[in-house]
Design a protein around this ligand. Sequence first.
Ligand code: FAD
Length: 404
Amino acid sequence: MSVVVIGAGQAGFQLAASLREAGYEEPITLVGDEPVLPYQRPPLSKAYLKGEVGVDHLELRPAAFFADHRIGLAHGRVVAVDRAARRVTLEGDGKLPYGHLVFATGARNRVLPVPGAELDGVFYLRTLAEADAVRAVLPAAGRVVVIGAGFIGLEFAAVARKLGHEVVVVEAAPRVLGRALGGVMSDFFAGEHRAMGSTLMLGAGVARLVGEGGRVVAVETAEGERVAADLVVVGIGVVPNVELAAAAGLSVDNGIAVDARLLTEDPEISAIGDVASYPSRHADNVRVRLESVQNAADQGRCVAARLTGRAHDYTAVPWFWSDQADLKLQMVGLSRPGDAEVVRGDPASRRFSVFRFREERLVAIESVNRPADHMLGRRLLTGIPSLTPAQAGDEGFDLKSLLA
Ligand code: FAD
């Protein structure tokens, strides 16, 4: 049974590599619409942006790997899926039959919905091409405005400050990283970015971008405040690439809807990575759609296991990291607004963790420069953790004793 994967990113690559690792012998084709080898995105807003590493460092494997493992790489865009005939149509009208089809189409940038968003000097940061475009203009941009204080916006802000640019971050929500983190960690990061020299404008919606001669010169907030800009980077989240699946009649629910085994309602079609919405054991079996390397890679592994006769539910503990200046933020588990926060360690030491509890049950850990807490959390959250809030907050309590 041939496997066709739409999307040659982190998830698609991992699926193909894991299939071969498991001894799968049938044809595998990765169809990707970016004109490069499959690559990892995290360095695009970190080391690659700073110029510390080149493209070769981003590639998930060199070209020879794909040839050696008989993984076909087709550069192009899939424009239609015919489920009855079990084949996909590529742009230009080429057809590719499949035995099993996997959507690994990822997500695309949410476009800033205000006048002036199309001006020159406005950039996004998702693809290698976009990172290259930012890298090319950044040295000449004295004043940088970042719209959105999410992970990508703040990682970029930290790099831009390090390179000596003036940085203003404009965020509509009242706090930074508000979608992912509790108040303690969020306040800590706001303080750190201010200490780096960035100006944070929180609770400030963007009304429009102001241009001169077709080029952005300022960002105007809803309050009418103007912030001068030579360069604007927009990081306001992503939209999952579900249209192809929806057109093929598959269910969509904030992502392509799959079951606990990552299968759509069509037994010959799976979905993985940023585009997949699945019921998570770590979210009380509510559907979630995660945007992380861990999730993309582990879901690729899970589907590879199913296709090679070792089907199991996808239950991997979600984890994520973000590097901002010398701060390594790591998160494990899934928290919700309202989950209690118990701090372990002293935030002033820039090395501490926040344990998140829901009804006295540990659900997530957010750590800064404390990888041991994170690693322990990954093990604790695999089962049903017995850690109490009092133990979490007590530095004298040995967390490792819970693993014995
Ligand atoms: P993608 O990597 O987006 O790959 C999907 C691919 O499918 C894309 O190449 C897309 O162009 C292609 N495609 C879509 N539609 C079609 C079509 N019709 N035909 C052909 N091809 C198609 N995660 C972390 O855990 N830690 C980090 O520090 C971190 N940093 C990040 C920094 C940046 C700048 C970005 C953008 C992301 C970061 N992430 C990070 C998130 C992580 O990179 C993503 O979660 C991961 O790449 C998702 O993998 P994916 O394969 O699902 O999607």
